[in-house]
Design a protein around this ligand. Structure first.
Ligand code: F6R
Length: 250
């Protein structure tokens, strides 16, 4: 389905700047009215770079978060509702009424998940979806075993993901066991994908995602079936990719 465009940069700050350029170019081209936002540490340098440049038109866009923990108080500083407000909505000057996060505190999270899927569709869909990748190959919280056709739903977080994310909490037991996540199919419906990857813990993951077999065992491998993927990565995480995919750094 076409190869991803891979941009490498020397460090996480430079990754953020390069990724911000991709977002800015989409805005300038009039191709960005709805942005999909990831949380976690990978896109933070991108959000900071965008907050610094505040390109024209940025404040008018709508946004959808990728996922949210189930059962975590929405006021908890690590709920994705709060993370998105703190790292995206406020610094980028977005209209809070146009920024949506799945309702992980809903009485019926499965219903909230289905409604979120419908809201995305009703909005006309996501123009540009920002993504990170988990150590186990998850995208959003589509853990290994997630199917290509999966939609927004409630999922169980794997022990590996809970351990990874315990860095954001005071105690590992505080990490929720479930989340509402956009599905693989939901993500692949976005018109364009922007995957941001940096840091030593991400080494080897891009190779598995883009040069390994397409399999639910490594959900990021489904990105191979999207025609418009841009990856911005530091050298450590781009290591091991064939030179066709990852030409020399700028
Ligand atoms: C976040 C998300 C996750 C993260 C992934 C990488 O909304 O859906 O898939 O992108 O776990 O996390 P970091 O960037 O913290 O390494």
């Amino acid at each position: 389905m076409g190869q991803p465009q891979i941009i490498t940069a020397p460090d996480r700050q430079a990754v953020g700047r390069e990724a911000a350029r991709v977002v800015e170019a989409a805005l300038t081209a009039g191709e960005l009215s709805t942005l999909g936002v990831a949380t976690g540490s990978s896109p933070l340098p991108l959000y900071r770079a965008l907050a610094a440049s505040r390109p024209e038109g940025l404040s008018e866009i709508a946004a959808f978060a990728l996922d949210e923990y189930v059962g975590l108080d929405p006021q908890h500083p690590e709920s994705y509702r709060q993370v998105v407000r703190r790292e995206v909505t406020e610094p980028l000057g977005l209209d809070p009424h146009k920024v949506r996060v799945p309702d992980g505190a809903a009485e019926n999270p499965a219903l909230a998940a289905r409604m979120y899927e419908e809201q995305i569709a009703a909005s006309g869909g996501i123009d540009l979806q920002i993504l990170g990748i988990g150590g186990n190959g998850h995208i959003a919280f589509n853990e290994p075993g997630s199917e290509r056709i999966s939609l927004t739903r409630v999922v169980d977080l794997t022990p590996a993901t809970r351990i990874d994310n315990s860095r954001f909490f005071d105690h590992p037991d505080e990490v929720p066991r479930q989340a509402i996540t956009q599905g693989v199919a939901t993500i692949l419906r976005a018109r364009r994908l922007l995957l941001v990857v940096h840091g030593p813990t991400k080494s080897g993951l891009l190779r598995r995602a883009f040069e390994g077999p397409v399999t639910p065992d490594f959900p990021a491998s489904f990105l191979q079936s999207h025609p418009q993927v841009t990856v911005v990565a530091d050298q450590v995480s781009a290591q091991g990719l064939s030179t066709i995919l990852a030409p020399a750094a700028r």
